[in-house]
Design a protein around this ligand. Structure first.
Ligand SMILES: Cc1cc2nc3c(=O)[nH]c(=O)nc-3n(C[C@H](O)[C@H](O)[C@H](O)COP(=O)(O)O)c2cc1C
Length: 209
């Protein structure tokens, strides 16, 4: 399994980089091939397609997630290349966890609404970079990743809700077969056992992305 940590930080050798090194070591110890890359807004992110898991992380400066990571999602081609990728998120910041979860994590999550987020963590400076916190994050994301693999199942096993079936029936008949296949492929890829209206809409959005 291959993971890449995409990060940004304004300090070289700062807290975020220490966290990433520790995370990288723990992933490698679990048998994961891991690389890290510092974000540049306009970099070509097509390389992330090769990885099974993309971990995004950065510090918060003046209430904003560090700029090159955010700009890679907003202006660059990172979001496009994250299509159907399983991701994990972490932020380093000095705000209390509950506040960071409300103010800062959504700055990333709003760009990842169609991605499966395996794990997320707020890490305060002062936490020991080799601490249980990182181990817990890594264990959690590997556990969730394994779960998505087990959730892969033959498409005939996917259940359709009545609402989703009604919606499918409401579109022109010549398009129904295509949307049926698209939705089942999307559900299998994302590890959903049931196709709801929301999953159907997400599959449509995914196709248009
Ligand atoms: C200039 C500056 C601005 C910061 N602004 C915030 C902030 O708005 N909210 C917050 O929770 N933490 C803030 N912090 C704390 C950093 O997010 C935290 O120390 C982070 O771990 C720094 O990572 P780094 O060592 O990789 O730069 C700020 C730190 C600095 C140096």
């Amino acid at each position: 399994m291959k993971a890449v940590i995409l990060y940004d930080s304004k300090s070289s050798g700062g807290f975020t980089e220490a966290i990433i090194d520790s995370m990288g070591q723990q992933l490698a110890a679990s048998g994961v091939y891991v690389e890290k890359a510092k974000c540049k807004a306009m970099a070509d992110y097509s390389f992330v397609r090769e990885f099974d898991i993309v971990i995004l992380g950065a510090p918060v400066y003046y209430f904003l997630v560090s700029s090159q990571l955010l700009a890679s999602l907003i202006q660059g081609n990172l979001k496009k290349n994250l299509k159907r990728k399983k991701v994990a998120l972490f932020l380093t910041c000095s705000s209390p966890e509950a506040m960071a979860a409300v103010l800062y994590l959504p700055q990333l999550k709003i760009h990842l609404i169609r991605n499966r987020i395996l794990a997320e963590k707020i890490i305060a400076p002062g936490a020991d970079s080799g601490s249980d916190l990182i181990e817990e994050f890594v264990d959690n994301l590997l556990f969730e990743y394994e779960k998505t693999l087990k959730e892969r199942f033959p498409s005939h096993a996917v259940e359709w809700t009545d609402d989703a079936q009604d919606l499918l029936q409401s579109i022109p008949s010549f398009m129904q077969g295509k949307f049926h296949t698209l939705a089942e492929e999307y559900a299998a890829e994302m590890g959903y056992r049931e196709i709801t209206v929301d999953v159907l809409m997400a599959a449509k959005g995914d196709m248009e992305r």
